[in-house]
Design a protein around this ligand. Structure first.
Ligand code: MTE
Length: 334
């Protein structure tokens, strides 16, 4: 694994572009209200658990800061040690910028994240195109520390900034016929050198069942470690679905479509025997070419020789999401 420490040369918006003073003050007010109001009780209950994770990571403070309250979503925040920012931002899968783990940090400086819009279409009462600024203001920004487990057998623990995808879903009012959501990510040859390779069909597309997308743990993410997302981690907006393998969490989203039929997704199309639609983290279902029983935590002492951890069902989020799959044969629907 190649570790790059320099983050110079990446293109980021300036502070005045990302958060207007009014929005910032609004968020601050929200946080204060949370601390004072009845919801503050819930927050207090989180306090001691969060303290462990919160104390564990230094904020790099070099990108535009994103502030927000702590998440009130049950089970959203793990107390495990947070992966260092350096590891989280230099060991990436973002094939539009190359297939080597170090490629995205090296080559994604060409990604322009302003202006940026996300089109929402399909089976909704209120379709529309959201400007990034509108998305940033759509709901209070929260911080949640989630495990991310890649199908390749490694994992990280990252403090994400954003809010539940359900907030956006509510806003566009899905029709009764909407059963699935398709997430389309940017495919722009002028900014993404990896598109020249035929490793996947571009654009990168992912999908969720509507109830999975509406689950409060599913998150629309704009930042990590208290700052806007670095390009290589999916700037300016991505998905994080913590109980599924990392590839379900599309980066640099440009379109969301509500559908009646299960959408075709990039990895499922490229290798259907290896990557099913659901792709829930499940230690009992091996990838055809390797076991999924254990995982390597990136950044832990010992590198490749470090002791592997047991992979948990639904990546440890079973109490929160297990019910979504009641009655389903999870070996068949992998
Ligand atoms: N999104 C896009 N657009 N392109 C990609 O190649 N890779 C996926 C997912 N989202 C990918 C993507 C995979 S395989 C993983 S494991 C995660 O992003 C990695 O996210 P991270 O680099 O922020 O850890």
């Amino acid at each position: 694994m190649i570790i790059k420490t320099s983050r110079n040369g990446f293109q980021h918006p300036v502070a005045s572009e990302i958060t207007s003073r009014a929005v910032y003050l609004d968020r601050r007010r929200w946080i204060q209200n949370m601390a004072l109001g009845s919801a503050g009780l819930g927050l207090a209950a989180w306090g001691s658990r969060e303290a462990v994770a919160q104390a564990a990571y230094p904020r790099p403070g070099k990108l535009v800061p994103l502030t927000g309250g702590r998440s009130l979503v049950a089970g959203a925040t793990t107390v495990e040690a947070v992966t260092s920012y350096q590891h989280a931002s230099t060991y990436n899968n973002f094939y539009e910028f190359g297939t080597d783990k170090a490629d995205p940090a090296r080559t994604s400086g060409t990604l322009r994240t302003r202006p940026w819009t996300v089109a929402v279409e399909g089976l909704v009462q209120k379709p529309g195109t959201f400007d990034l600024d509108d998305l940033l203001k759509l709901a209070p920004m929260e911080e949640r520390v989630y495990r991310l487990r890649c199908v390749e057998g490694w994992s990280m623990v990252i403090p994400w900034m954003g809010y539940s995808l359900a907030e956006l879903i509510k806003r566009v009012e899905p029709m009764g016929s909407a059963k699935y959501m398709e997430f389309v990510t940017l495919a722009d040859q002028t900014m993404m050198p990896g598109l020249r390779s035929g490793v996947l069909d571009w654009p990168y597309v992912e999908g969720l069942r509507l109830d999975e997308a509406q689950h409060p743990l599913s998150m629309l993410v704009f930042g990590m470690y208290g700052e806007v997302l670095p390009n290589q981690n999916g700037a300016p907006v991505r998905l994080i679905v913590p109980w599924k393998y990392g590839f379900k969490s599309g980066k640099s989203l440009v379109k969301i479509r509500f559908t009646e039929k299960q959408p075709a997704t990039s990895w499922n199309l490229s290798a259907p025997q290896e990557y099913g639609f659901y792709s829930n983290v499940n230690p009992e279902v091996s990838h055809p070419r390797w076991s999924q029983a254990t995982e390597r935590r990136i950044g832990e002492e010992g590198g490749l020789l470090a002791k592997r951890r047991k992979t948990l069902m639904f990546n440890g989020y079973e109490p929160q999401v297990g019910q979504l799959y009641a009655g389903m044969d999870l070996k068949k629907f992998y």
